[in-house]
Design a protein around this ligand. Structure first.
Ligand code: HEM
Length: 410
């Protein structure tokens, strides 16, 4: 679907910078992005496969583009771009995030009530209790703890299991499959296998739920016993909704909790905020969402020509949005590189913007706040157990920025 005026390798007279680029510090955007920003709010770069792309770094431009229906999220389009070969293998597998309205709207409507503010409020006490228990278990076991393994993953998996009606006993299995999807050690074929395994798991679970005469309280139970039963969703649709919600529901929040702890331990002057009451803690979480931007690299393709400033994005062009840079745009946030836990800037795009804005954002806020409060309240002298430089950063293209483990002691 390339257009005569599209970005193409022959458009460029100088070599284009790579996008995405690897973070050097887990909580700072890749250093090379500053040079990109100096070129403008929407610039040209090159993807791993040599394909040119637009990269959006400006906050105003991002918000304009993310509500423009000519910018497509349809991952099934042959011209849909990918930031890596591994990510391309995942691009076949999804609902919601990889679809455009009206199809997208219809699916989103079926699942949204499970993630409402009211539903989250009902769950918050339970999440807090669980986070407290996990921190107590860390304390009981003694140093040699890993924040990702011992707190962040179990809080996130436990919560999304509860919402969906997935048995928590199975968490090792689906966490392992999801981890494969972002591991730098695995090939695109192994990514494909991990997706097949997740599909197999969800297929069995849906079958089992169909046989149950008393539906449980989870979202999957509702989808099976109402939408599948009356024919408004197919089995395939229910399975694919289950896969995307299970994957996005634990991986993202676990990464956010872990990276937040790392960032705060590196900036310990801020730690007291989590002992200063829920209002301050909520503000702090909002700033961490802006500052860390773990959902970096949002992908789109232009479905028609789009004018933005004095540029024309042509039909078929790749458009990548760097949420990390957009959230550090000095025109939108004063002194953007400063971590200011009282900033109160809710116009960040840490959860995206427009029709695809994160469905789990209320839940994620509650989980992150509960986990950080439990941790810093109960272990005030928490510290890193390894030098910060030894903490391994996930690859830039993995979709969720983060680290693989966070060893701590006290
Ligand atoms: C701190 C944690 C989280 C962050 C930073 C985050 C970030 C994001 C971002 C940036 C998007 C927009 C993607 C785009 O526009 O292409 C998104 C969408 C989405 N998120 Fe999250 N997310 C988090 C937690 C969660 C949780 C807990 C769930 C629970 C299931 C979830 C489910 C989803 C889904 C299903 C979408 C796609 C929505 C749609 O296309 O309509 N996320 N998230």
């Amino acid at each position: 679907m390339s257009h005569p005026g599209s970005l193409s390798p022959v458009d460029s007279t100088e070599p284009l910078p790579d996008f995405p680029q690897q973070r050097r510090c887990p909580y700072q955007p890749a250093p090379g992005y500053r040079e990109l920003r100096q070129r403008g709010p929407v610039v040209r770069a090159r993807l791993y496969d040599g394909r040119p792309t637009w990269v959006v770094l400006g906050h105003a431009e991002a918000r304009t583009l993310l509500i423009d229906s000519r910018l497509s999220s349809d991952w099934s389009r042959p011209d849909f771009p990918s930031p890596s070969a591994r990510r391309k293998a995942i691009l076949t597998a999804t609902m919601l995030i990889g679809m455009d309205p009206p199809e997208h709207t219809a699916y989103r409507r079926r699942v949204i009530s499970a993630f409402s503010v009211r539903r989250t409020r009902e769950l918050t006490e339970e999440i807090q209790r669980r986070a407290g228990e996990l921190v107590d278990a860390m304390l009981a076991k003694g140093p040699d703890a890993d924040v990702l393994r011992d707190l962040a993953l179990p809080v996130s998996s436990y919560t999304i299991c509860g919402i969906l009606g997935v048995p928590y006993e199975d968490h090792d299995y689906f966490e392992k499959q999801s981890a494969q999807l972002v591991s730098p050690q695995v090939s695109p074929e192994e990514v494909g296998q991990a997706l097949l395994n997740l599909r197999g798991y969800l297929t069995e679970l849906v079958d089992r739920k169909e046989r149950e005469t008393e539906p449980g309280p989870g979202l999957l139970d509702t989808l099976v016993h109402e939408d599948l039963a009356d024919g408004s969703l197919s089995r395939e649709e229910v399975i694919r909704l289950g896969i995307i919600l299970l994957m996005t529901g634990h991986e993202t929040t676990a990464s956010m909790i872990t990276l937040s702890v790392f960032t705060l331990l590196q900036n310990p002057e801020h730690l007291a905020v989590f002992r200063a009451g829920p209002d301050k803690a909520a503000l702090a979480v909002e700033e961490l969402l802006r500052y860390l931007s773990i959902g970096d690299v949002v992908m789109r393709v232009a479905a028609a020509d789009i004018e933005i400033g004095d540029l024309t994005i042509r039909e078929g062009d790749s458009v990548m949005l760097s949420m990390a840079e957009i959230n550090r745009d000095p025109d939108a946030f004063a002194d953007p590189d400063r971590l200011d836990l009282e900033r109160g800037a809710r116009h960040h795009v840490g959860f995206g913007f427009g029709v695809h804005q994160c469905i789990g954002q209320n839940l994620a806020r509650a989980e992150v706040q509960s986990a950080l409060t439990a941790l810093f309240d109960r272990i005030p002298d928490l510290r890193l157990a390894v030098p910060a430089e030894q903490v391994e950063i996930k690859p830039a293209h993995s979709g969720v920025q983060g680290i693989y483990a966070l060893p701590v002691a006290w």
